[in-house]
Design a protein around this ligand. Structure first.
Ligand code: MN
Length: 331
């Protein structure tokens, strides 16, 4: 998916040192609604990045959308657009999305199947919900690449995790490892990504890596994360330092996404669809996309109304750095 804000701001992001303090309290991050553009635009609920927190591990972007009646919203039709310095992780609950990229990959995103695209130095792709889709419901996630891999070549992975039952819950581990399940999809930093469907009232305790910080996005129902209530579309953040997290479903049950990773120690700048380190890098990537540079390649087979998404206007002034808040108890 593309960030379609016509005047996106530059956002500077960073993780924090997990050794500095013991595990702090769970924070609740609420979403803001962002229209995806177009006359019958779909709206997404964005929980990362935001002012209170910009990253969880290397996860730097969390958009949650649907369930959306495609006959009303028109579904998803995102023309070819570039990415650099990041990986896109697509995960659906309902519906189907056709993916085409400049690596030459043509793939379907379907419920329970993870598609991971590595932008590295530069890639472009299109995303269109298929005609058979009546309800679209899922998440679009981005992972920032660390310095030594951010020029990585383009790549695309598809994986269908085997669902497993644990203590009143069904788990699909699409990245990293959890509850004895290990995803074969390689990552450039230690990461965790899993869908968990909890039966009504289920109390699930999961052993986790204490070096990881975690996020729980509630898709349906309500849940508590380590005792803190989370409503639908909220993202609960548990700082690093825990070796176990507890998720309790409400009376309706819950479907959640569990994201985790080691705090990302590099400062990054996110602007539009680019992750970079400096304003100059952003400006260069933007200029190369606008010039049709080989850096991003071309998508074959996309048949929408425009050939490609133009880059927005760069901000005139640099924004003040905006990293994660200082760790520790916060009232
Ligand atoms: Mn995209």
């Amino acid at each position: 998916m593309s960030d379609v804000d016509p005047r996106p701001a530059e956002v500077e992001c960073t993780g924090l040192d997990p050794d500095a303090v013991p595990a702090g309290p769970v924070e609740v991050l609420t979403s803001r609604e962002v229209p995806l553009g177009g006359p019958r635009a779909m709206t997404v609920r964005r929980t990362l990045p935001q002012r209170a927190r910009t990253m969880i591990g290397a996860w730097c972007f969390v958009d949650h959308y649907g369930p959306d009646d495609v006959s009303v919203t028109g579904g998803m039709d995102v023309a070819p657009h570039p990415h650099t310095g990041l990986q896109t992780v697509s995960w659906l609950f309902t519906g189907e999305i056709e993916h085409r990229d400049s690596l030459g990959k043509h793939a379907m995103v379907r419920p329970g199947e993870v598609n991971l695209m590595t932008g590295g130095r530069g890639i472009c792709h299109s995303e269109v919900s298929t005609p058979a889709t009546t309800v679209l419901h899922g998440v679009q996630l981005w992972v920032a690449l660390p310095e030594e891999h951010r020029q990585a070549p383009r790549d695309f992975r598809h994986h269908v995790p085997e669902p497993v039952r644990r203590d009143g819950a069904e788990l699909r581990v699409f990245l990293g490892s959890l509850a004895g399940e290990v995803s074969p999809v390689p990552t450039f930093t230690p990461l965790l990504g899993a869908e968990i469907i909890l039966d009504p009232g289920t109390e699930l305790a999961l052993d986790v890596d204490p070096a990881f910080e975690h996020g729980v996005l509630v898709d349906t129902g309500a849940a508590t994360l380590c005792g803190t209530d989370l409503d639908r579309a909220e993202l609960g953040f548990a700082p690093a330092g825990r070796d176990r997290i507890e998720i309790v479903a409400g009376a309706e049950g819950a479907r959640i996404l569990l994201l985790g990773g080691e705090p990302f120690r590099e400062r990054i700048i996110m602007w539009w669809n680019f992750v970079a380190r400096t304003h100059e890098e952003v400006a260069e990537a933007r200029a190369e996309w606008e010039a049709g540079s080989d850096r991003f390649g071309a998508v074959a087979g996309y048949t929408g109304e425009v050939d490609r998404l133009p880059a927005p206007v760069l901000p005139n002034a640099r924004l003040a750095p905006r990293g994660n808040p200082e760790p520790g108890p916060q009232g």
